[in-house]
Design a protein around this ligand. Structure first.
Ligand code: NAD
Length: 275
């Protein structure tokens, strides 16, 4: 297959949840740049309008809260009606989970400890970061199966699915582990319909998450110190991976956990090497 065809997503119908900012915006940008028709879902109406206007004619937006199942169902139907079908769905929307039980400097943080963890906060993070991913994938599968021509479902998980970290809020960890496990489960189920299901598992990217946490020097230092590359990533760096997973190039890839973390998960071995 010629290189151009391998990465051809022109005319594909794409949904990106949580695409007004950050990684989701990067997915939407690369898909639109490559000629796909992209609908961005986000609850931040102002930023959504700005993002789709910046992206240009291949993008439009719907103000949707991913935890609102009736609104999500209607938003998927609206995309199917406008584009005629749904080919690629990025289940991306997510939030940070507040402080962890450790500060970036390595001291105990009373606010983030399990006995101080607010029950409603736990429920909220699980609802956005895990249950809404389930529902997004359910709607994607429903549309793609009915169309009968396969499809791509791509979830934004995290290295938090594999690697525990005390400076990240505790509910984030099981939510992302759940997303990664769900991806594998649905890859098994949906393979026979040629619906490929994969996870992107980022390390530290500079986005708006946690109010732009990585702009805080202490947080940023923790993550740059742990990266083998000595830096955090920009959202442009996730675009080739998003395109790969959405395009014919990845036709035999399903159930995968695509780690893009500057080697951060190698930290223990890396530190041992430095001592
Ligand atoms: N930035 C990182 O370092 C990093 C690392 C690993 C995983 N992730 C994951 O990447 C995904 C995107 O995060 P990001 O870093 O780009 O954050 P971000 O805050 O820059 O963007 C997230 C977007 O999701 C939207 N959103 C939040 N809650 C929503 C809801 N209920 N309904 C609809 N939209 C909602 C926000 O308005 C925002 O536009 C998340 O799932 C996050 O957990 C991020």
């Amino acid at each position: 297959m010629p290189l151009q065809e391998m990465f051809d997503v022109a005319g594909k119908s794409v949904i990106v949840t949580g695409g007004a900012f950050g990684l989701g915006r990067a997915y939407a940008e690369i898909m639109a740049e490559m000629g796909a028709k992209v609908c961005v879902f986000d609850l931040n109406a102002d930023q959504l309008a700005k993002t789709v206007s910046d992206i240009g004619e291949n993008a439009w937006g719907q103000v949707v809260d991913v935890t609102d199942r009736a609104a999500m169902t209607a938003a998927f139907d609206a995309v199917a009606a406008k584009h005629g079908r749904i080919d690629v769905v990025f289940a991306n929307a997510g939030v940070d989970a507040g402080p962890g039980f450790l500060t970036p400097e390595g001291t105990r943080n009373p606010e983030g400890q399990i006995d101080a963890l607010d029950d409603d906060h736990w429920d909220k993070v699980i609802a956005i970061n895990l249950s809404s991913v389930f529902f997004t994938m359910k709607l994607a599968a429903k549309h793609m199966k009915a169309q009968g021509q396969g499809g791509r479902i791509i979830a934004t998980s995290s290295i938090a699915a594999f690697y525990n970290d005390g400076i990240v809020g505790t509910p984030y960890m099981p939510a992302k582990a759940g997303v990664s496990h769900l991806v594998k489960q649905l890859a098994m189920e949906l393979g026979r319909y040629d619906i490929l299901v994969n996870a992107i598992c980022p390390g530290p990217f500079i986005t708006n998450i946690a109010g732009g946490r990585l702009a805080n020097p202490a947080d940023r230092k923790a993550f740059t110190d742990w990266s083998c590359l000595g830096r955090v990533a920009t959202t442009d760096e996730v675009k080739p991976l998003a395109l790969y997973l959405a395009s014919p190039a990845s036709s035999y890839v399903t159930g995968s956990q695509m780690v893009i973390d500057g080697g951060l998960m190698l930290r223990p071995a890396f530190e041992a090497d430095r001592h």
